[in-house]
Design a binder for this molecule. Sequence first.
Ligand SMILES: [Zn+2]
Length: 461
Amino acid sequence: MCGPKSMRSFLAAVAILALTASAAPVCGQTPPNVTVFEGARVITGDGSAPIEDAAIVVSGNRITAVGRRGEVAAPDGAARVDLKGKTVMPALIDAHVHMGYRRGTSFTADNYTRENLLDMLDRYAWYGVAAILETGTGRGDLPYQVRAEARTGARYLTAGSGFGMPNAGPGGAMRDSAYGVTEEEQARKDVQELAAHKPDMVKIWVDDRNGTVEKLKPNLYRAIIDEAHKHSLRVMAHITELADAKDLLRAGLDGFAHMVRDHDVDDEFLALVKARPNVFFTETLWGERRAIFAAKPAWVDDPALRGAFSAESIAQLAEQLSPDPKANAQAVQRARDMAATNLRNTARLYAAGARIGLGTDTGGVSGGQFFGLGTHVELELLVTEVGLTPMQALVIGTRTSAEILGLSDLGAIAAGKSADFIVLDANPLDDIANTRRINRVYLRGERIPRAALSAKWNAKG
Ligand SMILES: [Zn+2]
């Protein structure tokens, strides 16, 4: 670009190029980096019919024009990339993940390092995920430091440390990352401390984990929600039960990290949701995959998995998706009932017009180490198990999730958006599983070096 010169001179150079279609270098000796991607079918992310034989013009890290080839102006001298026969879709967004604890098949707080966070962001990028939200299991200042860095990989949003009763928030190795609160005044002070880091969300856990821990008390979550709103922060809740979800809506909650899973949602709940149209849900079907799939699904044998995961990880994934002869029958049935309720409630809320985004719980206790893969399987489950069309699922995973996270430059292929998109070898509108047939990924206008990342991971993934 234009080196140390001002942004204004760079923008002026872009404007001159656009107006005159001149290939003459304007700013020093280097023209802006303009590329035209042409010939593909483009799914823009807004739910409208795809553009066949399209052209996407990218200048630096931005999309400047999209339309049918021949109807889109591009400067002379722009680089051209032929994508004939391909399908292009916006990069995905995963609004419920847990960063840092997984490394290969291990799951421990000791893994929560800068290097591991960066590796996970690269894994999301490999799978065409442009941004993720870490939902309340951050440790110390590290998430905020990594968030602020200019680097490769997916964009990092974080809720920092979330809130539960003492030692009763997140599960497994993540448990001690949350604030444990018992008094309203302390809860408010903790929210103030969190707010100083400018988190992208506030997370609370309202769940007794099948009677094994103390559930966050209503007076405490009311204090947390009220204090968060004073700092212009939104609050999302881990929940299981319908009664809690109703009271949280009455308390002003902004979003749900999971679907209601103990009962089918009723008319009273739907009325509460309709009265608060900005309230969002992430459904985390991936996190419940073991209770959804009765047999090993075809994607476990997808050759692309070998590009991102070790043979050991893939073997673990397959084992988890086969019936476990040692499992307690009652626990298995309970998990199956909860997952079936999740699917019905997701369908019912979607039909009622609720704001449903894509969230997987990847990296958590049940989410496992399958960063990025889970995001794609979530899309598939929305189609095969919830009954949505591929286009509806794609809009959930792109535009709606971007809106939920306030990422106004992501979630669509349109002029002015960040150049974050996936090039596919097959059309996901024909079969949603085709989102995994990734040819290449661009984030912020840069091609992700997928082959080099695979080579690194095959050595130590
Ligand atoms: Zn979670």
